[in-house]
Design a protein around this ligand. Structure first.
Ligand code: NAD
Length: 261
């Protein structure tokens, strides 16, 4: 939940009220924060995930808070037909999609010598392919509404050259190329496409799987700012990129990493 005290400290975007928003991977982590933040702005939110339990718990908690609840549709994004069907269902419920947050991803670790062709293809399907096909499906909806905003979740991993997950890092670099290509192609329809690039964000999964004492030291050394990045820090940038406040921003990377150098 975003408490009243917390939300009153941050921006409210009148242009997001009633806007039809579609979020992938909204069941946990940064995606959950995206769902909560767009709902708090009065947007009509639909989200997909494979993690049914946490997704349904999120919907229930938002219902109990009394706001207009998001629509959850179970969908494995590796199945592009299922993704297309979910987007059509979301548009039927909330009106043509105006904001797409391509958020879902998976950073499971792997060593180069262990990567098979099937594993490589699966990593691309989980981290890159659905972003293109979601944008393809969103385009006619956005065109019909006179414009829209597509927000692709990238990562600093490829800029800093992280080891231990080369397929993930490759997919994340590809998302920047995808952003540039689609921003150019869709721009004349006033559809904006940007890449939102998180640093190391303290989601439940990151803390459980990857945050070690060495990782804590790395954050302290490499971030300019001392605080730990939270999912809400990323969601607030997404609100800006989705709103009319960023009307002339497209084809860019927006990095939220506490100054990772
Ligand atoms: N957390 C970080 O430090 C960090 C850093 C850089 C970039 N990112 C990016 O931000 C985005 C969100 O990351 P996160 O940390 O919140 O991840 P997360 O693992 O906490 O959440 C991802 C969500 O996507 C869902 N998902 C995964 N595969 C799916 C599939 N095949 N179909 C449907 N849903 C699926 C998961 O169930 C989960 O709810 C990702 O694109 C990630 O690469 C995260």
């Amino acid at each position: 939940m975003i408490s009243k005290e917390t939300s009153s400290k941050f921006g409210a975007y009148p242009s997001l009220k009633d806007r039809s928003v579609f979020i992938t991977g909204g069941g946990s982590g940064i995606g959950e924060s995206l769902v909560r933040h767009f709902c708090a702005q009065g947007s009509r939110v639909a989200f997909v995930d494979i993690a049914e339990e946490s997704a349904r718990a999120l919907v229930e908690s938002l219902v109990s808070e009394g706001g207009s609840p998001p629509l959850f549709i179970r969908c494995d994004l590796r199945d592009i037909e299922a993704l297309r069907a979910a987007m059509a269902e979301a548009a039927a419920h909330h009106g043509p999609i105006q904001v797409l947050c391509n958020n879902a991803g998976n950073d499971d670790r792997h060593q180069t010598e262990d990567v098979t062709v099937d594993y490589w293809d699966d990593r691309m399907a989980v981290n890159l392919r659905h972003q293109f096909f979601a944008a393809q499906a969103a385009r006619p909806f956005m065109k019909a509404r006179g414009g829209g905003s597509i927000i692709n979740l990238g990562s600093i991993t490829w800029m800093v050259g992280d080891p231990d997950c080369p397929a993930y890092v490759t997919a994340k670099a590809g998302i920047y190329g995808l952003t540039r290509a689609l921003a150019r192609e869709f721009g004349s329809e006033r559809i904006r496409v940007n890449c939102l690039v998180p640093g190391w964000v303290m989601t439940e999964r990151q803390i459980r799987l990857w945050l070690t004492e060495a990782g804590e030291r790395q954050i302290a050394e490499r971030q300019c700012l001392p605080d730990r990045l939270q999912p809400d820090d990323i969601a607030r940038m997404a609100l800006f990129l989705a709103s009319d406040d960023s009307a002339m921003c497209t084809s860019q990377q927006f990095i939220v990493d506490g100054g990772w150098v």
